[in-house]
Design a protein around this ligand. Sequence first.
Ligand code: NCD
Length: 453
Amino acid sequence: MMRPLMAEHVKRDLVSIGDLSTAEILELFHHADEFRANLHAWSDLCRGAIMATLFFEPSTRTRLSFESAMLRLGGGVISAADTESSSRAKGESLADTVRVVGGSYADILVVRHPEDGAARVAARYATVPVINGGDGAHEHPTQTLCDLYTLWKEKGRLQGLEVVLCGDLRYSRTIHSFCYALARFGANIVTMPYPGFELPDYVLRRLDREFGVRAASASVGDLPGLADSSNAVAYLTASKPHQLALFTKLGNVEVSRIDAIYMTRAQLERHDSQDTTTDYPRVTPSTLRAASTKDASIMHPLPRVDEISYDLDDDPRSIYFRQAELGVPMRMALMAFLLGKIQLRAKQPDLLSVSPGISGGVGLRCRNEKCITNNEGVRYLERDFRLREKTSPPALSCAFCESELEARFIGHSASRIVHRHNAAEVRQIKPDNRVYFESEAQAEAAGFTWQAT
Ligand code: NCD
């Protein structure tokens, strides 16, 4: 009697790093350690399973490390890696592709797509687990698993580490997933954005709302000057009143020790035509002369263009090639888990903490022009917004790409009368009957009118 591979196994996806609990991530690290101890010993674990990689954007490490991981687990791999040779070139939607490929073709899907929120769409439509291999500028959670795992192995912990994130923080999806994870594990984040490429507001708000973290911000101009900005300062604490310590000033924070500098390339493929990247920051041996950087790990998701000097490749602090190497055992652990081949004891994330959906988002349009709902999804996706904060006006976020908007106008779905969000009448409308709008024009276009006075 044949048994389906996924029998009695509830589908889990990894779209956002938030789809795994902190305890689950730590448990996966331990499994990755086991896989890494002998990469060749696991060829029976996922025998018979097939992974499909659907990559609609270039990739080297992510796709090959996934494929290698699945082959080492004894499974098979099918791949649509060249957009031009897949049906997307003929206009097929992502939803249709994953419905077809997930199932009789493959037991697990890894998707990379240029549009923000695409991985959530794939996860909703596929009947098999979906792993986000990078969706636009949104998230890249498996890169984060590799980054965290590498840093955890290097430092023996994550809590309390001082981590500097540097470069194009606006479009770098690896940075977005990484900073949520760092915040959850209790690391301190100092952002050092290339000017104009700061962390997006929705990321900053999520850091604050979910983890109570306000990332300190430093000027990228501090990077080449790190070496000069270390000062001997009397460090006054009750226990060691006159200890002399070296501090580096990073914006409004002073740190005596930087544990990691995570550098990213300018994400040119996502930039608008007016964006420029002259004087993009660069880590060089002189950057790392400061006492505070004595043990700073230099990290990069790769590919590197020119952000890290090749002179640093042999420096023991450089761990970017290790991040890539550890991608294989880390992805083996993740896939074995999602395929139900290893069980985790840790609790999964609390689904109750997911913000409730709102029924009345029909009048809204995501503000992010790069969101899948404003691109290929226009043809078939229903808008879906979550109520993030009961602020006034209410803050709503797109369930696909997470960018946020303020609903300044609220109407009644039956009477089709609209009010300002703070009008007394709004309090009389039951939550299920509320229809949200950003602007008057949006409400009027949806056929809503103002109360006759
Ligand atoms: C990253 C990506 O694709 O977002 N690459 C990767 O997966 N290692 C980083 C980048 O392209 O800059």
